[in-house]
Design a protein around this ligand. Structure first.
Ligand code: ZN
Length: 172
């Protein structure tokens, strides 16, 4: 298990569409372990494989670990089966958009079909923070970031800040 580097916006890789996983094997499980380590190390509650540069449809999440007990969730090839008409608003952040936050409106409840760590088919009925988090992560699989929901002005301000805060690159 190891901690990987998380890509940050602007980065073309983050805008790629991720490909479905053919089979959940040892390689995919090792990747999920690395993703979880990376997410915990970065203080996040969700991470998609594309955020560490791997364009396949895998997500890890743990929305309650900062309250003490770890409860990791793994989603391979997730598909939203149902979405609520009712919306909820959360202030969202993203490990690929460091230190930037904004309110985003999303369906309050959703049902997601996916394969788990063992490759078994599962259905998750999510609402509240869990529903928002899985929808945020599934957007990553399509190359979408939460800042894409903001006004053009707000989005460009955030990208400007990200570029400004990026450490200088040294080539030796
Ligand atoms: Zn994110």
């Amino acid at each position: 298990m190891s901690v990987k580097t998380i890509l940050t916006e602007p980065n073309k890789i983050l805008r790629q569409k991720s490909k479905p996983v053919k089979k959940v094997g040892k390689k995919e499980q090792n990747l999920m372990d690395d993703m979880l380590d990376t997410m915990y190390a970065a203080d996040g509650i969700g991470l998609a494989a594309i955020q560490i540069g791997i364009p396949i449809r895998i997500i890890v999440m743990d929305i309650s670990w900062n309250k003490g007990k770890k409860n990791p969730m793994y989603f391979v090839n997730p598909i939203i089966q149902k979405k609520d008409q009712e919306k909820s608003i959360y202030e969202e952040g993203c490990l690929s958009v460091p230190n930037q936050f904004a309110e985003v409106e999303r369906p309050k409840k959703c049902e997601v079909e996916y394969l788990n760590y063992e490759g078994e088919k599962k259905l998750l009925k999510a609402e509240g923070l869990l529903a928002t988090c899985i929808q945020h992560e599934m957007d990553h699989l399509e190359g979408i970031l939460f800042i894409d929901y903001l006004s053009k002005l707000k989005k460009s301000m955030i990208i400007k800040k990200l570029l400004k805060n990026r450490p200088d690159r040294i080539v030796v």
